[in-house]
Design a protein around this ligand. Sequence first.
Ligand SMILES: *[C@@H]1O[C@H](CO)[C@@H](O)[C@H](O)[C@H]1NC(C)=O
Ligand SMILES: *[C@@H]1O[C@H](CO)[C@@H](O)[C@H](O)[C@H]1NC(C)=O
Ligand SMILES: *[C@@H]1O[C@H](CO)[C@@H](O)[C@H](O)[C@H]1NC(C)=O
Ligand SMILES: *[C@@H]1O[C@H](CO)[C@@H](O)[C@H](O)[C@H]1NC(C)=O
Length: 518
Amino acid sequence: MEKQLHLLAMFLWVNLLMWGVSAGTEKVVERKAAEKEISAVGDPGMERDGLRVAFEAWNFCNEVAYEAPGMGSPRAADCFDIANSTLIHKVSEADNRLGIGQSFKGLTLNALHSPDLYAVEKELYLGSLCEVSENSKPWHFWMVMLKNGNFDTRTSWCPENGRFVPPFTTTRFPCFGEGCMNQPTFNHQPTQLLGDGTMRGWFNGTYDLDSDIGKGLDNISFYEVVWEKKLASGSWVFKHKLKTSKKYPWLMLYLRADATKGFSGGYHYETRGMLNTLPESDFKVRFTLDVKKGGGPKSQFYLIDIGSCWKNNGKPCDGDVLTDVTRYSEMIVNPDVPDWCSPTALGNCPPYHITPDNKKIYRNDTANFPYGAYHYYCAPGNAKHLEEPVSLCDPYSNPQAQEIVQLLPHPIWAEYGYPTEKGQGWVGDPRTWVLDTGGLASRLYFYQVLRITYLRTRYCEIILFLVDRLWLFFQFQDPDTPPAKRIWTSIDMGTEIFVSDKDEEAEWTLSDFDVLLM
Ligand SMILES: *[C@@H]1O[C@H](CO)[C@@H](O)[C@H](O)[C@H]1NC(C)=O
Ligand SMILES: *[C@@H]1O[C@H](CO)[C@@H](O)[C@H](O)[C@H]1NC(C)=O
Ligand SMILES: *[C@@H]1O[C@H](CO)[C@@H](O)[C@H](O)[C@H]1NC(C)=O
Ligand SMILES: *[C@@H]1O[C@H](CO)[C@@H](O)[C@H](O)[C@H]1NC(C)=O
């Protein structure tokens, strides 16, 4: 009887093993065949001639607060189709200039005189004009996002972890005085087809409302995105410029692929975008980045920034700013940005690191923890069971609490195709990246992970194969709450020039952007 059982066990074991092996090889073949087709974005590789690009400007807490005079609400778009070598624009300049007090199709009465709500509904309206619905997964546009980091704490415009706060004074945030949280000017050249077959258009402007950018950029802030493409070939190339000034020392400029519906990272309203399938753990991000000017030592250039939102109990965000938490992870490629996380500053490190083969290394394990791989970790301000020591994220710069995991180039990231040495991908080293962002992101620490059920076994391959598949499930098991499903609603590249003491300028081009589902 015992022997029979033993034989039965052997039989099952071999069968499982065979099944594991064949499932494994099938998957590889399948991937090879499918890799090209399955894209999570509406415009794979930025190759579609009929471009869809939009613009949004955010104040310190991702709102508008008030519009710049004569500029309308800070949402705009450039979208066109091509027929017979003619660009047929879908969005008029009158649409782009729409601002509070002016009605448009679908605008609710509530939003008519509220700059914050108006911008949200204007984005949906522009989305409706730009929408491409060739199949069942409509999509809208790439999003150029510009953010001013000035914060006037005497205004009560930004809540603290989602909670209203009365005016207060502090020197923690840059602000030159009344009006420091203003929106920028906005100039737009709608895309044109030039004689040599190049299509070209741009957005630009400044936060220094009283200056004239036509007369030179000395001492004033500036942003610009120019897009170019040869008709019927290659990718759109987006050329970015961002310049800080004394009055505007903290600026951010990104090109984002946002979710086509629902909330995208950093936002608590319905948005429009490019990701018509939301990536989870099995995805790669491909793009070409050429950084021409770095933007100085404070420029936290994000090779890639991913954003999402889920609550500390693992549930998806629902717009309740008191319990929603924005989650970001960013790979910073500026070699001048130091690793704040270190054996003597554990509070700037995540509680642990997980290796590609799913081993957990605690940050107090000084012999093994990869301190140099982390710039900074900060925890959500509304978390209840934090492990000390800990840094809390800035409570004001999002509409709700946030959690941020910032990475630096390090050999530990090699497995995922991320930069392994300082300087890779930086000025003078343009590259086309294929990043296993899904694999890396599924192994990053995010708050809520209180306990890991780690299966150990001597029965190697087959068990490891199963563990690999069960891993994601167990990894986020928490004694009290079901695991958060990490669904990434925003993927972007660009820079955050973080409170620079002198005028700095960054310049880069981005092309071939794609999100590939595996
Ligand atoms: C495209 O251009 C050709 C030649 O100019 C013309 O005959 C044709 O009618 C045009 N088609 C459309 C759809 O406008
Ligand atoms: C930015 O926009 C202005 C105003 O339309 C235009 O004159 C200028 O050429 C653009 N580019 C730069 C670099 O200023
Ligand atoms: C810019 O500021 C510097 C220092 O304050 C000053 O010397 C220079 O003249 C200014 N340039 C312009 C064009 O205003
Ligand atoms: C390291 O940290 C872990 C988790 O916080 C803890 O269980 C362990 O006791 C610590 N080890 C040392 C040597 O302090």
